[in-house]
Design a protein around this ligand. Structure first.
Ligand code: ADP
Length: 497
């Protein structure tokens, strides 16, 4: 593949990697798909193809699952002490850190996000997640249970859940890979990772660096492909656990399949998260935080604060301040150093988000700012867009848009806003801006969401549980709860006399 059509900002290393014809990573080897199929990954800032990537089918899934099974049961990984796993995971973190510039450029190229954000959020976050979970390896303890039977030793062992199929989305490609891989490796599992078809590059590079770090062949297999590849992975009987981040629609399907097969599953799905500004809030901070809360990553975050509730008395002021910020945002290619908002990831998302904007207009919401594709070029750009409406039942106020579209809604009382905030099938995140500590924590307990942000939005830490209530998912990621999802508990009874 010619490298001349790739953006000039790319370093030689990023350019060389991006331009390769990418193959699958199975059992430590780079291999073509069994049936030779490929697809193109697209630069969303220009709508031009970057390169071709192997499209894994059921035979490749089978090969990868078998490799992961061998690595789990019959390899040096299977007998490696916990400290050895920690050393390898830390080594992988070091290699990613040394390669940070290349990773940031690959994410900016493949996903479209601003390269500076890719560095501080995606790459640095990935390194932190691997290091955090390296620390867990030697802290996986069973317990001795004080059972009622005399002369009995009863203890629990924590064992890896097994071969994990991990299916991830395109909004934070390498970070999502680390959220899945790090706890699985810490628990001693093996993995078949399926990156999103829109953004396969960084996961392939992590897979290669894992081998360089000394993580044995077959422990991490990377299968690039489409939804059908993910479905084949979910269906494969040799997979013990599925970890999925993506749309609620696909999550429901995976939940149903894994339920029937009685496979372990964790699901991190969509959201339509309410963000509430109380009348006593520090309005400057609330406006700045709410702006970031929706427009960060061009609105392509499952925990985006996409429904903004503002007290009627301050509504116009807050809306005007948000619109002023939006008009100063630079929309442009991810590799341009001054870009604030990159493009949406794909033509499909672009069409989808523009159709929601159209629906907002058609349903009578007031378009305060944005709404257009912008003048940034041929890529999949959408301006930061702000609607106001008094109606919670509009499509744009109910459905997840996954783009830079905020709906601001006025309210009058705290009880009213809590009820309206919870009136959604989702429950991923919620936010409260206030100086009143009592109201802050009253709302924190009333809001049905897996994460509540008080005077901040979207905070993440490798140790802090993350996941959804209701249709936003099943189970939690990060920290001890995240690790638990990769462990089975075995209870051992020993009669002593
Ligand atoms: P989006 O609509 O935002 O692209 P998806 O839920 O479709 O989100 O995709 C998230 C991940 O799930 C991607 O890696 C995608 O390839 C994969 N995927 C899509 N459909 C299925 C499916 N039916 N079974 C398993 N994985 C799927």
């Amino acid at each position: 593949m010619s490298t001349t059509t790739l953006p000039e900002q790319l370093s030689d290393t990023a350019r060389e990697f991006a331009a390769r014809e990418h193959e699958l990573l199975i059992d430590g080897e780079r291999v073509a798909a069994a049936d030779g199929r490929t697809f193109e990954t697209i630069d969303p800032s220009s709508a031009r193809p970057i390169t071709s990537v192997a499209l894994a089918g059921p035979r490749d899934v089978d090969r990868a699952v078998q490799a992961a099974r061998r690595a789990l049961e019959d390899s040096e990984w299977a007998t490696l002490p916990a400290a050895g796993r920690a050393r390898l995971i830390n080594r992988l973190a070091d290699l990613i850190e040394e390669d940070a510039g290349t990773f940031a450029q690959l994410e900016a190229l493949d996903n479209g996000k601003p390269v500076k954000i890719a560095k501080v959020v995606d790459v640095d976050g990935t390194v932190r997640f691997f290091r955090h979970f390296a620390g867990w390896c030697e802290r996986v303890f069973g317990r001795v249970i004080p059972v009622r039977q005399p002369d009995m030793l009863c203890y629990t062992r924590k064992e890896p859940v097994g071969v994990c199929g991990q299916i991830i989305p395109w909004n934070f490609p390498m970070l999502m890979a680390s959220w899945k891989l790090a706890p699985a490796l810490a628990a001693g599992c093996t993995v078949v990772l399926k990156p999103a078809e829109q953004t396969p590059l960084s996961a392939l590079r992590i897979g290669e660096l894992a081998l360089e770090a000394g993580i044995p062949a077959g422990v991490i297999n990377v299968l690039t492909g489409a939804g059908e590849t993910g479905a084949a992975l979910v269906d494969h009987p040799g997979v013990d656990k599925i970890a999925f981040t993506g749309s609620t629609e696909v999550g429901r399907e995976i939940g149903a399949k894994t339920g029937r097969a009685l496979k372990r599953v964790t699901l991190e799905l969509g959201g339509k998260s309410p963000n509430i500004i109380l009348p006593d809030a520090d309005l400057d901070a609330a406006v700045a935080g709410s702006f970031q809360g929706i427009y960060f990553n061009t609105g392509q975050a499952c925990n985006a604060g996409s429904r903004l509730f503002v007290h009627r008395d301050q509504f116009d002021k807050v809306v005007a301040a948000l619109a002023a910020r939006a008009s100063k945002s630079r929309v442009g290619p991810g590799l341009e150093p001054n870009t604030h908002l990159g493009p949406l990831v794909s033509q499909e998302q672009h069409k989808r988000v523009l159709s929601y904007i159209e629906a907002g207009r058609a349903e009578g919401a007031e378009l305060v700012t944005g709404g257009g594709a912008g003048a940034a070029g041929d890529g999949y750009f959408v301006e930061p867009t702000l609607f106001t409406t008094g109606r919670d039942d509009l499509k744009i106020a109910r459905e997840e848009i996954f783009g830079p579209v905020l709906v601001a809604l006025p309210y009058e009382t705290l009880e009213e806003v809590a009820a309206r905030a919870n009136e959604t099938e989702y429950g991923l995140a919620a936010g409260v801006w206030t100086r009143d500590i009592g109201n802050a924590h009253r709302l924190a307990s009333m809001l049905k969401a897996g994460s509540v942000y008080i005077n901040c939005w979207g905070e993440v830490d490798a140790g802090a549980p993350f996941g959804g209530y209701k249709a936003s998912g099943l189970g939690r990621e990060h920290g001890g709860e995240g690790l638990e999802a990769y462990l089975e508990t075995k209870t051992v009874w020993t009669k002593l006399a």
